[in-house]
Design a protein around this ligand. Sequence first.
Ligand SMILES: *Cc1c(COP(=O)(O)O)cnc(C)c1O
Length: 218
Amino acid sequence: MPLSDILSRIRDTALDCDRSAADVTLIAVSKVQPNDRVAAVLDAGQRVFGENRVQEAMGKWPDFRATYGDVDLHLIGPLQSNKARQAMELFNAIHTLDRLRLAETFARLAQELGKCPDLFVQVNTGAEPQKAGCLPEEVDSLVAAARAMDLPVKGLMCIPPADQGPAPHFAMLAEMAARNGLTGLSMGMSGDFDVAIRHGATHVRVGSAIFGDRTAAH
Ligand SMILES: *Cc1c(COP(=O)(O)O)cnc(C)c1O
């Protein structure tokens, strides 16, 4: 689907629930996509992108930034502590803070680097064993701990279970954000970003609807 169609669907949905389109950021998820498809979306004016692997992002975004100027990059995949420094240098936002140890690593590196990306705490709303994210009952303490380290926690992120309707998960995430005084909600993908916007999403992560199917398995 052309980028302009996605943007108008986001705008129409936002207006339909009395929100402003400006309150919803489209993150174009470019993982695994060939460079010519990514360049086409950059040519169309998109400047916010999401990647789920640090190594892959390091391989393509410095060049794209040199050509296209400022691009906002968001890390949406799990992060190992040993890649935290590279991630903090490359990304403007990291959506996958899910454990205390990673928060401690960010805090130490933020001192060293003199900067820290915007952070979202990932919540495993479905408590799925194989999935990343802290458990719902751990959110409040992880947010409090990260704030006590002066980390810039902006919101929460979730990926609902594939076999369930996403709405209850989006509602749960919104409730957890509100009770923690957080305004950012990173939720909604190609199949459900409109539902997410109706539940208050501030960041929707849309890949295949913009770029087409991913060929490699990710
Ligand atoms: C790949 C991915 C997306 C985009 O998924 P689509 O269904 O292609 O829109 C969104 N969020 C995360 C965390 C992802 O890994």
